[in-house]
Design a protein around this ligand. Structure first.
Ligand code: SAJ
Length: 424
């Protein structure tokens, strides 16, 4: 059966569901995006999007006008259903699967023989087998024969989602071979990377392993940064030189790990394997310790200043050049500064509203004792250091990402501190 030009119902129009919906629509499918948030639906009906992601708005607009992409509050009958809802952490760091469960429940009344159901949400191992399949069985359809089911994790990097959706390799885990192949047919219409087939549990583990790999590597870089500070060595020089080795690729230290993936997914492994997942847990804790480490460094740098100290923070998103502040470690750092009565101003051209936000760096830095670079937004690469020098109370910069040019700062008379290098 030709699957192209068929109808797909995507449950959840967030950072993953919406770009996927747009790509499927632009490849000739009829796509119904199901969303509970009215703001998303209202925006989509006008061809607008509420998240900032390069090219997303254009393609959504185009597909809404063409009629290939529509928003709905309820699922509809379709050929394929894709579940792309959040799987956040509960307070005790377990996976909150309530959105996946609800989404699966919601499609059951619409399922027909020959349909495909795909989970895209990052989930603990066993989710398809133990959570989704029992619900889908309520449809009365024979799983793997009349209803094809699988897991197809997204692997896209925020900031380059549209490019990576098309070009990345993908893994598809099917509940049986037939399901995996059916799902492959669907994705193959736009994926230019390789598509590898496996079972659902392996695919689930692959997804969380990929993000855990990165989290552990960043923790290694952060631990090295602490060691270097303590030993009077410059971590950035170490990383630059070590990475000349053909089999070494040290990641970048920074104020911690944010976002909805790396700071979350490793817990899915830790909670299922509390006695075995020791490095993984320690890596999470190491990355979570970075705001405190940077706060202590600030305290040390400003220890001789009397009275209320003012810090200007450049960047509050969880990483550079995007508008997403979810799980941003900078927010935790701000909480520490607030607790210790610092005066704070914040500049972030990507974020519309935030307490302490000042539009312009030179205004924000007025009377500051320290500029703290937390996010390496491209907009911060070249600042008007002459004006900054005049506005600040103390000409001090702490760069947690090695973003600024050290020589320029020295010429302009700034005292320049780096994360991963001892204070002099
Ligand atoms: N970070 C560092 N040092 C580094 C790299 C990153 O401190 O060397 C920090 C960033 O500042 C940020 C956090 O880590 O706070 C995460 O940023 P990221 O760019 O590494 O990753 P995400 O969370 O935006 O996207 C990840 C990607 N996973 C991998 O690279 C293995 C992406 O491919 C996944 O699709 C995404 O998670 C997801 O949705 O799971």
């Amino acid at each position: 059966m030709e699957i192209h030009k068929q109808k797909i119902c995507i449950i959840g129009l967030g950072y993953i569901g919406l770009p996927a919906a747009a790509i499927f629509a632009s490849n000739g499918y009829k796509v119904v995006g199901v969303e509970i948030n009215n703001k998303v639906i209202d925006a989509l009906e006008k061809g607008e999007v509420i998240i900032e992601e390069p090219y997303l708005k254009n393609i959504v607009q185009q597909e809404v006008i063409s009629g290939n992409l529509i928003a709905s509050k309820e699922p509809q009958e379709a050929d394929a259903f894709i579940i792309a809802v959040p799987t956040p952490l509960t307070k005790d760091k377990n996976a909150d699967m309530s959105f996946v469960k609800k989404a699966t429940d919601s499609i059951v009344p619409y399922l027909k023989k020959g349909n495909i159901v795909i989970l895209e949400s990052t989930s603990p191992t066993g989710t398809v087998k133990n959570l989704i399949i029992p619900i889908l069985k309520e449809s009365g359809l024979k799983i793997g024969e009349e209803l094809y089911v699988g897991y197809c994790p997204e692997r896209v990097l925020p900031g380059q989602i549209l490019f990576e959706l098309v070009n990345n390799n993908r893994i598809i885990g099917g509940i049986n071979r037939k399901s995996a192949e059916k799902i492959k047919d669907l994705y193959q219409t736009f994926v230019k990377g390789e598509i590898y087939l496996t079972d659902t549990t392996t695919a689930e583990m692959c997804k969380i392993t990929e993000n855990t790999y990165r989290d552990v590597n960043i923790a290694f870089a952060n631990e090295l940064a602490k060691i270097c500070e303590n030993s009077g060595i410059d971590i950035w020089e170490i990383i630059k030189l070590c990475n000349k080795h053909p089999r070494v690729n040290i990641h970048q230290p920074g104020p911690g790990v944010g976002g909805h993936c790396l700071a979350v997914d490793p817990w899915f492994i830790v909670k299922k394997n509390p006695d075995l997942a020791r490095i993984i847990k320690l890596a999470r804790e190491t990355n979570d310790s970075m705001p405190q480490f940077i706060f202590d460094k600030i305290e040390n740098i400003l220890k001789n200043i009397k009275g209320v100290k003012k810090v200007t923070i450049l960047g509050i998103t969880y990483k550079a050049n995007i508008d997403d502040t979810r799980e941003s470690p900078v927010i935790n750092l701000i909480k520490l500064l607030e607790k210790h009565n610092y005066k704070i101003s914040v500049v972030d051209p990507y974020v519309k509203e935030f307490r302490y936000k000042v539009e312009n760096v030179t205004e924000a830095a007025k009377d500051s004792d320290l500029i703290l670079l937390t996010v390496n937004h491209k907009d911060f690469k070249e600042l008007d250091f002459d004006t900054l020098a005049k506005k600040m109370r103390n000409k001090v910069i702490l760069d947690t990402r090695n973003h600024f040019n050290k020589n320029i700062l020295e010429i302009k008379g700034f005292k320049h501190y780096l994360l991963g290098k001892a204070n002099e």
